[in-house]
Design a protein around this ligand. Structure first.
Ligand code: SF4
Length: 431
């Protein structure tokens, strides 16, 4: 039996897809190279944007049309972060709609004809029943050397634009002992990089172990490997964490610190409990302690009828902070969120115009920041080989392209940087 897995969403969704692959392969399913040869199609979705829902709608419509009249019955599962409205809209295309946390029950359920289960993700009985099974399904890492490690699931922050607290439920932290065990195993098997994943890693708590302590415990594991994490919330990014980042030599100097808006009124409407000044002071402190840190951020464009003046504050902030990268999302109101009740009549063309202005600034600041790399020799972890070229990441998470042999994929190498673009470096492999 073969399965084909489609993932829409963030690294958490990717990590969940690795869990699904691990479970299916434990019951003798094999991965199909193409959707056409599959007996089981799984769509692991994220409801955070309407565009993802629309894409699934289009894709499944096409697949179901192609399969009409065929004798081979292909089964399909929808899972991931699903809002109730999206569940109602999409369930017609699928044989099963199942919460990701119920993964261990899937083998038995697959014997049924159809089955839909949409519990309240915030229900404590549901979480008690399934949470540890979910955490204990060790993902089948897609990469042999870079692993996504879930440290918590869910979120209690309720930013007003965000569906996560509704689709993933409350924050539940994975016991630190299990995380350490998983990381040790990955490193023993040749892993070179671990990403610690949580909706807000700063909220992590397992007994007396908070996030800085967890970082330290992972840093103390023997082996030559890099540690990265995502995402931290600016509201509770502690001095203790900054100190730990400095002290942990395996923590690499890249940080995604989501601002979402450079305007205080908008931040308040978003239920992001920090001001622009507080955020800037935090960045100052981080840069003072880790001068070579590479910073990225997330920005939502056009939230709650963001005015031109409010948007200009975000532009100003980007110019001031001089990020290395930023991820921009044009706001679309989502069901079940408070944001849905706020005005949202800004035109698509205005949002696109703002998107372009932000992109222009980030290209300029990233290019400026990259100038310091020219002539430097830097360590690179090689991620892939493509058309005779190797592609990897620096410790500061810059993409580097250079010539080299395919068998170096998954290795640390030294590369001398010769050229730069806003979002990439080119160099020569040093032997
Ligand atoms: S911190 Fe806010 S944006 Fe992040 S997952 Fe939680 S509610 Fe969503």
């Amino acid at each position: 039996m073969k399965y084909f897995l489609i993932t829409y969403g963030c690294q958490m969704n990717q990590s969940d897809s690795e869990r699904i692959a691990s479970l299916l392969e434990s019951i003798n399913y094999k991965s199909a190279p193409q959707i056409n040869g599959a007996d089981l199609i799984i769509v692991n979705m994220c409801s955070i944007r309407q565009s993802a829902v629309d894409r699934i709608d289009g894709l499944m419509n096409k697949i179901n049309k192609e399969n009409t009249g065929k004798t081979k019955k292909v089964k399909s599962i929808l899972t991931g972060c699903i809002l109730k409205n999206d569940f109602k809209k999409l369930k017609k295309y699928f044989d099963f709609v199942l919460p990701i946390k119920t993964l261990k029950t899937w083998p038995a359920l697959l014997k049924e004809k159809r089955f839909f289960y949409y519990p309240d993700q915030r229900n404590s009985n549901f979480n008690k029943k399934f949470q540890s099974d979910y955490f204990n399904t060790i993902p089948k890492n897609q990469s042999n050397y870079s692993a996504l490690i879930t440290i918590s699931s869910g979120c209690n922050n309720f930013c007003t634009y965000c569906v996560v607290p509704h689709t993933r439920g409350p924050l539940i932290c994975r016991p630190h002992q299990d995380i350490i065990k998983e990381v040790k195993k990955i490193i023993q098997n040749g892993g070179k990089e671990v990403w610690l994943l949580g909706q807000n890693v700063n909220d992590y708590k397992s007994g007396k172990v908070d996030f800085p302590k967890l970082l330290k415990l992972i840093n103390d594991i023997d082996g030559n490997f890099w540690i990265r994490f995502t995402s931290p919330h600016p509201k509770n990014f502690s001095d203790k964490l900054i100190k730990t980042m400095v002290a942990c030599k395996k923590y690499k100097h890249y940080l995604n610190l989501p601002i979402q808006s450079g305007d205080n009124q908008i931040l308040k409407k978003m239920n992001r409990p920090y001001t622009v000044t507080q955020y800037k002071n935090l960045v100052k402190k981080i840069k003072k302690n880790i001068p070579d840190i590479s910073l990225s951020t997330d920005v939502i464009i056009g939230f709650a009828n963001e005015t031109k003046k409010q948007f200009k504050n975000t532009l100003k902030l980007l110019e001031e902070i001089k990020y290395d990268m930023a991820y921009f999302a044009v706001y679309s109101p989502r069901p079940q969120t408070v944001g849905l009740k706020l005005k949202n009549s800004l035109s698509k063309s205005e949002k696109e115009k703002r998107y372009k202005s932000l992109t222009k600034i980030i290209k300029e600041t990233a290019l400026e920041n990259n100038k310091k790399y020219i002539g430097q020799t830097t360590e690179v972890l090689i991620n892939e080989a493509k058309k005779g070229l190797l592609i990897g990441k620096t410790d500061t998470y810059k993409t580097v392209i250079f010539e080299g042999k395919k068998n170096l994929v998954g290795q640390f190498v030294k590369v001398k940087i010769s050229k730069i673009t806003p979002f990439g470096l080119k160099g020569i492999l040093m032997l």
